[in-house]
Design a protein around this ligand. Structure first.
Ligand SMILES: [Zn+2]
Length: 217
């Protein structure tokens, strides 16, 4: 197993579409092991093939408690077969060092994929849990889409990218999600405590980031 170099935003490969896996070959198995090792090394919760320069429809996710035992899930040739509801998601990406922003996501998703042995499985993630958001984030990578394309606030995201010395948001790539946005706004109006929770989540993420920076320096 080896730790691979993660491709950063600005590299055009991140906008390319990944190809279906036709055979779970030795090469595919090695790639999956390396994706996992690279993801854990970078303290991430998900990583897609394209992020290490392999345009194959594969991603790995582990949303378990970082203090507890690992619980990796491997998704090969995934398809999102059901999605519903809307939620605000404060996200980052291993290809966007230190940049976090608010994006729109579905609340519930069901995905069908193959596991590392080529066996099909179905995974359901609900209520906007981290797994639900991570599946959508990683799935997007396979189609050359990025989390910033779902930004709720173009200016906010552009500012954040600038601060992180990353290229700006490509306006023409922004995905119009009027219905999702309306549902999120309505929900936030009815539940002000949710906004407070999001604010805390943002603060916590920023603190974690600062602690990591201190460790590195
Ligand atoms: Zn990502």
């Amino acid at each position: 197993m080896s730790i691979l170099k993660i491709v950063e935003y600005g590299n055009p490969i991140l906008r390319e579409k990944s190809k279906e896996v036709t055979k779970i070959s030795k090469k595919v198995k090695t790639l999956v092991s390396n994706l996992l090792e690279t993801m854990y090394h970078a303290n991430g919760v998900g990583l897609a093939g394209v992020q290490v320069g392999e345009l194959l429809r594969i991603f790995v996710i582990d949303v378990s408690d970082p203090e507890g035992p690992i619980d990796p899930i491997v998704f090969i040739n995934p398809k999102i077969i059901k999605k519903s509801g809307a939620i605000n998601s404060y996200e980052g990406c291993l290809s966007f060092p230190k940049a976090y922003t608010n994006v729109r996501r579905y609340k519930n998703v069901t995905v069908k994929a193959l596991d590392i042995n080529g066996r099909p499985f179905i995974k359901e993630a609900r209520d906007g849990e981290l797994l639900a958001r991570a599946i959508q984030h990683e799935f997007d990578h396979l189609d050359g889409k990025l989390f910033i394309d779902h930004s709720r606030n173009y200016f906010e995201t552009t500012n954040i990218l600038q601060k992180c010395n990353l290229p700006p948001v490509e306006k023409e790539r922004l995905i119009e999600e009027k219905e999702l946005e309306e549902e999120i706004v309505e929900f936030e109006k009815a539940h002000p405590e949710v906004i407070e929770k999001q604010r805390q989540e943002m603060e916590e993420t920023q603190k974690q980031q600062e602690r990591q920076n201190e460790k590195q320096n």
